[in-house]
Design a protein around this ligand. Sequence first.
Ligand code: 5GP
Ligand code: MG
Length: 190
Amino acid sequence: MNILITEAEIGERIGQLGRQIEADYQGRPLTIVAILTGSLIVLADLIRKIQLPLRVALLQASSYKGATTSAGALIINESFAPDVAGRDVLLLDDILDTGHTLNTLVHRMADRGALSVKTAVLLRKKGRQEIAIEPDYCGFEIPDAFVVGYGLDYDDDYRHLPYVAVLPQLQGSGVDSDETGHYVRRTPQQ
Ligand code: 5GP
Ligand code: MG
């Protein structure tokens, strides 16, 4: 496993982000809305670094299906939809890739009566954004590679790894981009 960001580096950065959020949301009705499933781990670590009254809500959104690294249509599970009316919403996702997920959900939260909507991501992939959305809080900028660990999966595996890594079998010729820029897995070359 090719480790990109170590457990210690993540821990230190989450602490910094927590203090920043704490300073910015003093006296505000903060609800952190985490986007399942990838942001579960960062959510658990981040909220324990914010010494403020806050609420936690969950939203399920997915665009990657099964054993593929290419994004399909965005599916939002509305049965989890939190009541955010009159709340300052901080949307939390594991990674900003094309930007479609966060952009869609920012509008969804505003439509549901949120007082304000900001965004936080653990990772931001360089050179992949299709929607101009600037995260208000960002842990790390990473190169254009498919990463796993610390909540991020490949076919629902690897979420439990305490670090962020690039899957060895997806490095090099095993993974490529299609004409839309999405990752597609090629059959390994002989
Ligand atoms: P976007 O809508 O910004 O293109 O994609 C965001 C979602 O795509 C993330 O919530 C995450 O689930 C998934 N994603 C994007 N890049 C990666 C990656 O490198 N690894 C994993 N495991 N998921 C990714
Ligand atoms: Mg996700």
